[in-house]
Each structure stands twice: as C-alpha cells, then as structure tokens.
Write a protein that binds this ligand. Sequence first.
Ligand SMILES: Nc1ncnc2c1ncn2[C@@H]1O[C@H](COP(=O)(O)OP(=O)(O)OP(=O)(O)O)[C@@H](O)[C@H]1O
Ligand SMILES: O=P(O)(O)OC[C@H]1O[C@H](OP(=O)(O)OP(=O)(O)O)[C@H](O)[C@@H]1O
Ligand SMILES: [Mg+2]
Length: 287
Amino acid sequence: MSTKTLKIAVQKSGRLFEDSLRILKDCGISVDNGRDQLKVKARNFPLEIMYLRNGDIPQYLKDGVVDIGILGENLIYEKGDDLEILEYLGFSKCRVSLAVPKNTGFKTLKDLEGRRIATSYPNTVNKLLDKEGITADLHMISGSVEIAPNIGLADAIVDIVSSGNTLFKNNLEEVYTIMKSEAVLAASPLIGEEQKEILEKLRFRLQSVLKARDARYVLLNAPNDKVEEIISVLPGMRSPTVLPLAEKGWSSLHTVIQKEKFWEIIDELKAKGAEGILVCPIEKMVY
Ligand SMILES: Nc1ncnc2c1ncn2[C@@H]1O[C@H](COP(=O)(O)OP(=O)(O)OP(=O)(O)O)[C@@H](O)[C@H]1O
Ligand SMILES: O=P(O)(O)OC[C@H]1O[C@H](OP(=O)(O)OP(=O)(O)O)[C@H](O)[C@@H]1O
Ligand SMILES: [Mg+2]
C-alpha cells in the first residue's frame, strides 16, 4: 500500500473552520481539531490537515505546500485566479459588495471616480475599477472595514456581506454586488499523481455527502387510484418506488427530492390525496 498522503489546508479558526471539519467528518474522516497542533494526520484516511489562515491558503496552494484547500471562493478571485475549483461546498455563503454611507445619492459605479475606497480585497476592487475604467484611491484595511467611512477614512467600502447587519449598524447601504461566494475545495497546480488518486477518493465521498445534504427521502401513503397523479407531482431520482400497504386499495410511495422542492409541492400532494407524509434526511447518496 502507498504511504503517500494528501495535504489539505483548512482554516485554523474563523467562519470556515467548523463546517470544514464537519464535511470531512461526514466523509468518514476523523481528525483532531488543531487546537494544539497545526498539522495533524487523519486517523482513517491518507490525509494530512494543515490548519492555516484562510487568507494564506491561495499562496500555499500556488506554491504546492498543500495539495488542496478549503477556502472562501472570494479569495480565489482575490488571490488565486489560476487555482482550480474542484467542488462547491455549500457553506459560508456570502457576497463581496460595494457599500456607501446611506443617503449619499450614489447612482452608478462612475460615482466612484476620484473617491477613496477601503477594503481588505484590493485585487477584487482593482478588477472592478479596471473593467469600468474608473480611477479611485484604495485604502487597504485588514478588518473592521465597515468603520472606515464613519471615521472619515473612505467614501465607500468593498467587503463581505451576509445578513447585512454589519452594514446596517454602520449606517451603510449595499449598492453593488461584485460576486457571490461560498466555501470551495480548490487544488494546487503542482499536485502529484499519487495525491491525485487520493483526491479522487475524497471527491467521491464529498460528492456523495453534498448530494445527500440537498436531498430528502419522502414517504407517503395514497389510495391506488391516486398514485399516478401523485407521481406526476414528484420530481424523483428515477421513478418512485410503489409498494402495496397492508390495507387493501392503498400504496406507499417512496422517492428522493431536492429539499427546497418539498414546500413547493406539499399542497399539491395533499390535494391529490397523499397522507402520512414523512420527510427524512439522507446521509449519503451514490449514483
Ligand atoms: N459574515 C459572513 N457570512 C458568511 N460567510 C462569510 C462571512 N464572512 C466571511 N465569510 C466567508 O468565509 C471566509 C472566511 O472568513 P473569515 O472571516 O473567517 O476569515 P478571514 O477574514 O478571511 O480570515 P483569516 O485569513 O484570518 O482566516 C471568507 O473568505 C468568506 O468567503
Ligand atoms: O453581513 P453580516 O452578516 O453582518 O456579515 C458581514 C461581516 O462578516 C465579516 O466579518 P467577520 O465577522 O468575519 O469579522 P472579521 O472582520 O474579523 O473577519 C465581514 O468582514 C463583515 O464585516
Ligand atoms: Mg471575516
């Protein structure tokens, strides 16, 4: 058996940390949380975890210090255009937006001409300014960017927005979304052949977990003469399983649907005669 391991960068602490470890755990990979050690080996998979700053992960990937990493997609845009995104992981969803103090009469991006913009993401801002042909003054700040306009440091900011609470509390309004972001798995261009083999195994597991997270197993009972109509409402994986119930003239239908679809079709299911509807989470999906 090969003794090679795949090196993965995971954020040491912050917004990505818990969900990153959770998804590895859901893939059946158990790791220590890195509180004492910054480099740990998984117990049951050829994976070595390096706990790093999210902002440093693009460079470590470029240099081949790690083979893969879990990081915010917005950082790929900021620091790692040449890095390949392998999987979208569905957590740490946010956007990178331009915001200005409320009631400044901001209308178009051209209003930024000659203004001061505070941000932690200078490349992201420069790409926008270049695209729009605007010249503005950049102020690089590493955190608490939203305070900049209030202390007279900037006329606008570009930062992460999620709920919008931080903008609201600082009397700012979001006027333009530069990009949407979520946690992604990205690869180093220098990853070796043996590591690629391990990576394929990890990706297979990740995909099974990610598909299952978005899906629900639905069971329901229906009179036999309603089964056809109910099936027409169910967007199933292939076609639903139909089993006879002990009670004559009734069947049980089983199917898998996208979880956000459930509330869209529930009224129709009931109207068409479905009863005893159960919706269950799925742990893994392989197909
Ligand atoms: N409020 C938020 N809601 C959802 N996702 C967020 C939020 N803030 C940041 N993110 C996403 O999570 C990623 C990590 O953010 P976090 O603030 O934990 O780290 P960071 O500021 O990039 O710091 P470090 O480099 O120290 O690890 C960001 O790149 C972004 O994609
Ligand atoms: O729209 P909201 O839900 O309010 O989230 C946005 C805030 O979250 C992030 O900061 P974070 O809390 O990660 O602090 P940091 O500046 O220390 O990274 C981001 O930089 C914003 O300030
Ligand atoms: Mg942050």
